[in-house]
Write a protein that binds this ligand. Sequence first.
Ligand code: GCU
Ligand code: CA
Length: 128
Amino acid sequence: PPARYEAEAAAFSAGSTVDSDHTGYTGTGFVNTGNASGAYVEWTVDAAAAGNVPLAVRYANGTTVNRPMDIAVNGTTVVSGRAFNGTGDWNTWADSTLTAALHAGANTVRVTATTATGAPNLDHLDVG
Ligand code: GCU
Ligand code: CA
């Protein structure tokens, strides 16, 4: 199974809160970022060995408007403006997946909102 890293245990931008007022999240809640461009969540994840691994960002967007984010691994943007489209309501979560190269040991994975609406609500990151 993948290693799961909860957003509420990650680092996140000022103005974000850990909330639990919607259903369906894993762990103890989810991160509700501030509604601002540049809002982010950054996970630190471990890899036993260098290589390409699948990453899945679990999110909810209860609006009908895309909330795009850049995805950066170890400080390098690997996807620009990935679409995080509406999931129907704030209780409905979806995985946005990509494959990224990690190095052995600790790696950072940061998602950063690129529009003024901020990030979607973020639940966790699955690695591997
Ligand atoms: C609502 C919702 C929040 C969400 C916010 C947003 O307030 O309850 O969970 O983060 O909208 O638009 O970002
Ligand atoms: Ca929000």
